[in-house]
Design a protein. Structure first.
Length: 284
């Protein structure tokens, strides 16, 4: 057999092998490189490949209605990155997140606090009690959240003087405005008025709807707090309407004392819980 013929046969064999194995190798390489993408919070997208869907890419992840913090081989790297932010006296704020439909675990106001405590335990003695602050926050529902693992945590190093919550706090998916104890009047802060003015101008232009959710601390009766939360949301709505926003563009609801973001055992925590959360809903 001539040399050119042997080379041709070898090339054909290699080509057949490549075509048969390419798809499987491609999927494995994409998964290893993270090309399938991941979100900071939310459920893993459903997949027809159950093996891939079963391998979460989050260093710390959770399952529906389960407070336990699960980890993978990337957690040690995350742990090192978080601890690298520790300075002489700053405080690590660990936020545990949860979906509204998840049940409240025994001993906690919501599943977010339970998850944050689980995450704190993963750091062991590297985080003294005085250097950690636990918080909770709801997440928007996501496709596949009941069936698939999801990320539900955030970390933030703060200076001690930043422990007093600002009147206006901007998060990725919402704006928070805080209220004095027992009041339906927002705390005086020029930033609140500035934000509401910009918000009104925006929604008048875009047609977006605004969802206002009122919250309280746990002082007082539950029914009274539910009414107080609604009054706070409606107070913000009245400001927006005075600025020209159509009333039907603004939705108001109350969660009362049922969704604290901080512990109600301290003045600081109760201050953080007396709030209205503002979300924008794009027009369908």
């Amino acid at each position: 057999m001539s040399l050119p013929l042997r080379l041709l046969i070898a090339f054909v064999v290699w080509l057949l092998y490549f075509l048969l194995t390419y798809n499987g190798c491609r999927d494995e390489l994409c998964f290893a490189c993270g090309e399938q993408g991941e979100a900071t919070t939310g459920a893993v997208s459903p997949s027809t490949d159950s093996a891939v869907a079963a391998i979460p890419r989050y260093p710390v992840y959770f399952k529906w209605s389960d407070a336990k913090a699960y980890t993978n081989e990337n957690f040690d790297s995350l742990r090192q990155v978080v601890l690298a932010g520790m300075k002489d006296n700053n405080i690590l704020e660990i936020t545990g997140m949860y979906f509204e439909g998840e049940p409240k675990p025994e001993g906690f106001d919501n599943l977010g606090f339970a998850r944050a405590e689980q995450i704190r335990a993963l750091f062991g003695g590297a985080l003294p009690d005085g250097r950690v602050r636990i918080r909770a926050r709801t997440m928007d529902d996501a496709e596949g959240m009941r069936e698939n693992p999801f990320s539900a945590s955030a970390f933030d190093w703060i200076e001690p003087e930043e422990k007093v919550a600002e009147t206006v706090e901007e998060l990725d998916d919402r704006i928070i405005m805080r209220f004095p104890f027992g009041s339906t009047e927002k705390e005086y802060d020029p930033k609140v008025d500035e934000y509401l003015e910009k918000l009104a101008e925006r929604v008048k232009q875009t047609g977006e709807k605004v969802a206002l959710t009122g919250h309280t601390d746990n002082v007082g009766e539950e029914d009274a707090n539910m009414r107080l939360g609604m009054e706070r949301a409606q107070a913000i709505k009245r400001i927006l309407v005075r600025r020209g926003v159509a009333p039907d563009q603004v939705e108001t609801i109350s969660k009362g004392e049922s969704q604290p973001v901080a512990s109600n055992d301290t003045d600081e925590g109760r201050h953080e819980n007396r709030r209205v959360e503002v979300r924008l809903i794009k027009e369908q």
